[in-house]
Design a protein around this ligand. Structure first.
Ligand code: ITT
Length: 194
């Protein structure tokens, strides 16, 4: 089975392909499928936004479509930026700017706890829908560290790895990440559908 990954984020495509590499289905990016689209994410939860993205692309093709909606939730900011993580500090700002803004906003906070959350949705050609959820806990560092990964990875120190996701190898991040957990939750639901 071919599954189109409904995301324009190259970091997500790379991780989804790697996490599902041993399975008997093939993940294809929207670019590879010739289906690149801007999608308006107007949901109020990760789950709603994941479904909006997968449904939008599923309407354009006759294959299964997988999406990921994710974000960084910081306790000192009452869960922000959350579903607005990609738009935090402006739609077109770099992650250096977004990370600096976040570090500035929590500079006085004693509590630096944070989590990454991911909702992964799958829409089948016949319209059936499944959603998997995953979280990973950690804390916000005092400065960006590491070169791997993408997005907010340089400031997110994983409790399990005790280093930032950007200091971790791809395999280390993919073994415990919110995306891995959401995809495994989804995978179990896919197997129950068979
Ligand atoms: P698509 O909607 O096309 O999938 P996007 O990057 O806009 O791509 P989201 O709307 O889900 O995706 O926004 C996710 C935000 O959370 C974005 O700012 C990411 O950089 C950040 N994020 C999510 N997972 C992350 C991870 O594993 N590491 C670092 N940052 C992450």
């Amino acid at each position: 089975m071919k599954i189109i990954a409904a995301t324009s984020n190259k970091g997500k495509v790379r991780e989804i392909k790697s996490i599902f590499s041993g399975e008997d289905f093939e993940i294809i990016s929207m670019k590879e499928a010739g289906l690149e689209r801007e999608i308006e994410e107007n949901g109020t939860t990760f789950e709603e936004n994941a479904l909006i993205k997968a449904r939008t692309i599923a309407q354009l093709c006759d294959c299964a479509v997988l999406s990921d909606d994710s974000g960084l939730c910081v306790e000192a900011l009452n869960g922000a930026p959350g579903i607005y993580s990609a738009r935090y500090g402006g739609e077109d700002t770099t992650y250096d700017v977004k990370m600096k803004k976040l570090l500035d906003e929590i500079s006085d906070a004693d509590n630096r706890s944070a989590k990454f959350v991911s909702a992964c949705a799958l829409v089948y050609p016949d319209g059936r829908e499944l959603v998997g959820m995953g979280e990973v806990h950690g804390r916000i560092g005092f400065e960006p560290k590491g070169e791997n990964g993408f997005g907010y990875d340089p400031i997110f120190i994983s409790d399990e790895l005790n280093k930032t996701f950007a200091e971790a190898t791809d395999d280390e991040k993919n073994s415990i990440s919110h995306r891995k957990r959401a995809l495994m939750d989804l995978y179990n639901k896919m197997r129950n559908e068979e």
